[in-house]
Design a protein around this ligand. Sequence first.
Ligand SMILES: Nc1nc2c(ncn2[C@@H]2O[C@H](COP(=O)(O)OP(=O)(O)O)[C@@H](O)[C@H]2O)c(=O)[nH]1
Ligand SMILES: [Mg+2]
Length: 252
Amino acid sequence: MNAPLKKRIVVMIPTYNERENIADLVREILSLPLDASLSVLVVDDDSPDGTGRIVGDMVREDGRVRLLTRKTRRGRGAAGIDGFKAALKLDPDYIVEMDGDFSHQPKYIPALVAAMDGCDAALGSRYIKGGRDADRGIHRRFITFLVRRFIRSRFAIPVKDPSSGFRCFRKEVLERIGLDEMISTGPSVVFEVLYKASLRGFRIGETPIVFIDRSRGKTKLNLLTLLETLIMALKIQRRYRDRSADGEAGPA
Ligand SMILES: Nc1nc2c(ncn2[C@@H]2O[C@H](COP(=O)(O)OP(=O)(O)O)[C@@H](O)[C@H]2O)c(=O)[nH]1
Ligand SMILES: [Mg+2]
């Protein structure tokens, strides 16, 4: 009998000004002890700090590294969507999404992949046993707390950490949630993708992660993005509540 084929996994990382993190992060991911065929796709918005050049050098040295440079339609939202679409073209079994600042630690990727057993998507969760938000910034933790409360009060998504951006999807999930119809332009895309997957009945698992402070570089999250995210969440609710009443198709 033939040995089972290795799973193909693409790790998709949106970046903006992550020059101090990206090379170490990509190397760490590629050296994970995973019995899978792993590649990394960096989705960079033409960062002025030269993140794209650093990744470009890595692409030339290692066929497992890929770079998508976006020069129009910038922002975390469109970057995530374009990144997923480019990842799907590589025909993977799973797509892992994570930040490029080490807040999402590569060491959890094997657990995320293992959590896919019996699930269509798996989240790295700060709010289940063994997980933790170890971000030092008190205001940052407060923002996460507010966003989580807000989402949990308005949306019935059966997960503990709906705003987690560290997660893994079966290819079919991303193929069926209508990537071209997403309305988010900013970080709310993380939630919109999850919500659509949940509306469509995909099974979503969680595995604990400890979320740590970004080690280097600056966050792009500010008060304006927070406000934008909350407003966008309301828009998402209005839009898909109407849609789901019309009966969105399930995963079958
Ligand atoms: N391509 C792209 N990536 C972005 C953009 N804004 C943030 N990111 C990346 O998205 C991830 C999360 O952003 P970050 O600033 O760390 O936000 P925080 O983790 O919420 O503080 C990081 O990898 C960023 O480099 C953007 O406009 N375009
Ligand atoms: Mg961050």
